[in-house]
Design a protein around this ligand. Structure first.
Ligand code: ZN
Length: 167
């Protein structure tokens, strides 16, 4: 971006060269020299015009970026970092949700990189929840549920005194 800031310097240099050429043309006496100065003036004005156009595009891009950063700053004000599940998976959630606003999370990695991406929950499991961020992909969140029960097939302990526990 700093390289682009030289567009103004280019424009000023070209206008200065055009002015110098115009002064030289005014003093020139023969037609060939005058023609040469005129060509130089037109060329320098064209360069200055292109540099100004480029500076205008740059200005517009910078204004867009400022608006984007302002809206990101507002987002960061409105959200707080929260932990999902039992392990340290973090996301942003609204500090004070609006009435009727569904609960939702923003991807922490993306928000830090300046992008607002919602986490979409794709799985609500017994041990893990899964979320996806369109940039980061799938996030698996350990809910911290102990897996001891999973060692037994479901229902086995309920057979009464003649079940597996009695034998
Ligand atoms: Zn993300």
């Amino acid at each position: 971006m700093p390289a682009k800031m030289s567009d103004f310097a280019t424009a000023f240099a070209s206008l200065k060269a055009a002015k110098d050429a115009a002064e030289a043309m005014a003093k020139a006496t023969d037609a060939a020299a005058r023609q040469q100065h005129q060509t130089e003036i037109l060329s320098q004005i064209a360069d200055a015009y292109n540099a100004v156009l480029s500076a205008r595009e740059e200005r517009s891009a910078l204004l867009d970026r400022i608006r984007e950063l302002e809206s990101l700053a507002e987002m960061r004000e409105r959200y707080k970092l929260v932990s999902l599940g039992a392990v340290n998976v973090v996301a942003y959630a609204p500090k004070h949700p609006e009435p009727g606003e569904p609960s939702h999370y923003l991807c922490a990695t993306c928000l830090h990189a300046g992008k607002v991406h919602f986490l979409q929950q794709t799985t609500s499991g017994e041990y893990h929840d899964k979320y996806t961020c369109k940039a980061c992909g799938e996030l698996s969140v350990d809910k911290g549920v102990r897996r001891q029960r999973s060692a037994l097939p479901p229902g086995r302990g309920s057979r009464g005194p003649h079940g597996w526990m009695a034998s």
